[in-house]
Ligand binder design. Structure first.
Ligand code: IPE
Ligand code: IPE
Ligand code: MG
Length: 242
């Protein structure tokens, strides 16, 4: 199946915010008789390349699903390898200097190691004023977990007397999520052949166009992104209207 295109659609048609469910690392490795962790290493390289390409296209924000609240179910050595890969990535943000990327980590940080939490804070702090592209990494992220956390924040504000329950609207709710202040994704791309969200951006995906592809994430190239963007521009977004 050819899921590539040599060039992207013209700039004014491009989405502002792209969500990517980076899936298929394990199968990529298995196909080559390699350990799953090698697939994750390749996937991390792909991530760097795609962010660089998205920046050249002028995309405003990319949110990449790196570790879900359900991924703790995996064998300990795989979880450990993923965490150390993420720590290394955050420590090497210099590599995104040219992209002028602002980094935000979405998800519940409380169960992460102190070392990883510190790396997150440093990366966010150090890139806070960058304006090239916003890169959100969803790490220990779950859409349901995010909604529960948001509901709790709003309830606490009510208890403190800062907000009345009848005042709560979609705006308050959006502002209580990890993505506060960011536009919803226009398109969510999932490689690897699976056709589900797996708890990714449940609130924010309300009107996202979903693009499912067969390519495995480590094999994903800028030409695959072009193809997904053409697919997106071909959709008729009605938002409930006519
Ligand atoms: C995605 O690849 C990476 C993470 C979920 C961390 P997978 O590891 O899920 O790869 P498959 O789905 O087993 O091929
Ligand atoms: C979703 O992929 C999570 C990430 C890509 C980080 P999974 O591989 O964990 O999802 P399922 O288990 O196939 O639904
Ligand atoms: Mg998977």
């Amino acid at each position: 199946m050819n899921e590539t295109a040599p060039t992207p659609p013209s700039r004014e048609l491009l989405p502002r915010h792209i969500g990517i469910i980076m899936d298929g690392n394990g199968r990529w490795a298995a196909k080559r008789g390699l350990p799953r962790n090698m697939g994750h290493q390749e996937g991390a390289k792909t991530f760097g390349k795609i962010i660089r390409y998205a920046r050249t296209l002028g995309i405003g924000a990319v949110t990449a699903y790196a570790f879900s609240t359900e991924n703790w179910k995996r064998p300990k050595d795989e979880v450990d390898a993923l965490m150390s890969l993420l720590r290394r990535y955050l420590g090497e943000l210099e590599q995104h200097k040219d992209e002028n990327a602002r980094l935000c980590i979405l998800g519940d940080r409380s169960p992460l190691s102190e070392e990883l939490r510190r790396a997150i804070e440093r990366a966010e702090e150090g890139s806070r004023n960058n304006t090239g592209i916003t890169v959100n990494i969803a790490l220990n992220y779950g859409g349901r977990d995010e909604i529960v956390h948001g509901a709790r924040k709003l309830a606490e504000a009510c208890v403190r007397g800062e907000l009345r329950p009848e005042e709560i609207d979609e705006g308050h709710f959006s502002a209580a999520l990890y993505t506060a202040g960011q536009p919803d994704p226009d398109v969510i791309i999932r490689p690897s052949g699976e056709m589900r969200l797996s708890n990714f951006m449940l609130w924010q995906s309300a009107y996202a166009e979903l693009v499912f592809m067969h390519v495995l994430w480590p094999d994903f190239t800028p030409e695959h992104l072009n193809w997904a963007l053409w697919e997106y521009t071909g959709r008729n977004r009605r938002f409930g209207g006519v």
